[in-house]
Write a protein that binds this ligand. Structure first.
Ligand SMILES: [Mg+2]
Length: 165
């Protein structure tokens, strides 16, 4: 079974706030560049890929999201998927359903975090709650790195390879 790490990502109030590039204009062009580069940093350090759980997933495809992120400087963004839309519209259940579905495909989620300014999740889910006026901040990234774990960082793998010689 394949093991992966995921970052479930809300957009409004996270990458789109009064701190973002065009001050909360609700368009792809206005997204917070620094926040997107932080997501790249998380990927580089933990290999955690992004799953969009924002309502934006109803309007745009994975490829469109990739284009949006690339336009903000993460040139090869790792966007793994979009959560399903359940009739309950409860994001916690949508995240659960996404993880369960992966499991059926023989992919297990080793660790994950959720960046959201809402709290539409189960208590046991690893929500990193964000102030929707301010958006994502560096402290949230530090927290995510800790929660995701960095044991399969690329440099660790290199180190393992070297130690085998
Ligand atoms: Mg939001």
């Amino acid at each position: 079974m394949k093991n992966i790490k995921l970052v479930f990502l809300d957009i409004d109030g996270v990458l789109n706030s009064f701190n973002s590039d065009n001050e909360h204009d609700f368009t792809p062009a206005g997204l917070f560049s620094k926040g997107i580069l932080w997501l790249e940093e998380i990927y580089e350090k933990t290999e955690a890929q992004v799953v969009i759980c924002s309502t934006w997933r109803g309007a745009y495809s994975i490829n469109y999201f990739k284009g949006m992120f690339a336009a903000k400087g993460w040139f090869r963004p790792k966007i793994y998927g979009l959560t399903p839309k359940l009739s309950s519209a409860f994001r916690g259940s949508e995240v659960e359903a996404y993880i369960r579905n992966l499991y059926e495909l023989d992919i297990s989620v080793y660790s994950y975090v959720i960046f959201d300014d809402g709290s539409d999740y189960f208590d046991y889910q690893p929500l990193i709650h964000i102030d929707g006026q301010i958006g994502i901040q560096e402290t949230h990234i530090d927290k995510a790195l800790m929660m995701l774990g960095t044991e399969n960082r690329k440099e660790n793998r290199e180190w393992k390879k070297l130690s085998l010689i």
